[in-house]
Design a protein around this ligand. Structure first.
Ligand code: FPP
Length: 254
């Protein structure tokens, strides 16, 4: 079903805002940003321009989440598998990322947004690594939206590394194997301290999780829609929240 078409219809952004119960907002929304390439292809322009438009959409959605009171937004910007793309595309994505981080303090940091990167940043270009350390530090005291950007992120490697770290801690006597609970395992992941997502959105009509937050999404409500990421708007986000609020979350109960 096309959830977004169903809710947006003839509703204005104000109508959609009024349909939301602000006391039951999803605390954490995760988004798989997909469809930049197809957006560009439809317009017969280079893929990189699709990513550029996608970055603009990201900034708009981040600001809107902050404005309506979402506490955590996690976006999948670059996976461990994305290195397989042609070099020019990887370079263009890194350039966009650098621009996003350069402008962070001015655009998003000033709005009280806190940034946190999930993933192994050691494989990223050095200037980007330094920039990440700087923006995370600058924004660490901000108390608005927590923006988590998954970069060089893969869920299986995240869990594998957690298992290795736990094994080291058992060997060193820092932890006993009988004490390992789901909560303790979670503390070994990049998402330590972050509540699991309530709602996952994937754009572009693909029905996959693509190695994104596999542990953390265990009880998350999933929403897949055909809209291509660069076309995603505030109205789409509001529709997703309205749909989420109509669902009955049972967490395995009845
Ligand atoms: C998927 O579209 C998108 C990506 C692999 C990258 C997402 C990046 C951005 C939105 C912009 C840059 C990010 C930041 C944080 C500044 P695709 O290329 O797989 O699209 P396709 O499936 O239509 O080809």
């Amino acid at each position: 079903m096309n959830i977004f078409k169903k809710f947006i219809g003839s509703n204005s952004i104000e109508d959609l805002k009024n349909k939301i119960d602000y006391k039951r907002l999803p605390v954490h929304i995760a988004i798989i940003l997909d469809g930049n390439g197809r957006w560009a292809k439809k317009r017969r322009i280079p893929r990189n321009l699709g990513h550029r438009e996608g970055a603009k959409t990201l900034e708009k959605v981040v600001l809107f989440c902050n404005e309506i009171g979402i506490k955590y937004l996690t976006v999948y910007a670059f996976s461990t598998e994305n290195w397989k793309r042609p070099k020019e595309e990887v370079d263009a994505l890194m350039k966009l990322l650098k621009e996003f981080l350069d402008g962070f303090q001015e655009h998003l940091g000033k709005k009280n947004i806190k940034i946190n990167i999930l993933g192994d940043i050691r494989a990223l270009p050095h200037d980007i690594q330094n920039e990440i350390i700087m923006v995370e530090k600058f924004s660490s005291k901000n108390s608005g939206l927590n923006l988590n950007i998954a970069l060089n992120y893969g869920s299986r490697i995240e869990m594998l590394n957690a298992v290795k770290d736990i094994a080291v801690d058992i060997r060193n006597g820092r932890i006993n194997e009988d004490e390992i609970t789901e909560e303790i395992f979670s503390d070994y992941l990049y998402t330590k301290g972050i509540p699991d997502p309530d709602l996952l959105i994937r754009t572009s009509g693909e029905y996959r999780l693509s190695n994104f937050l596999l542990w953390q999404l265990a009880y998350t409500e999933l929403l897949f829609d055909k809209v291509l990421w660069p076309d995603f708007s505030e109205e789409h986000l509001l529709s997703a929240i309205i749909d989420y609020q109509k669902r009955n979350r049972r967490f395995g109960g009845i």
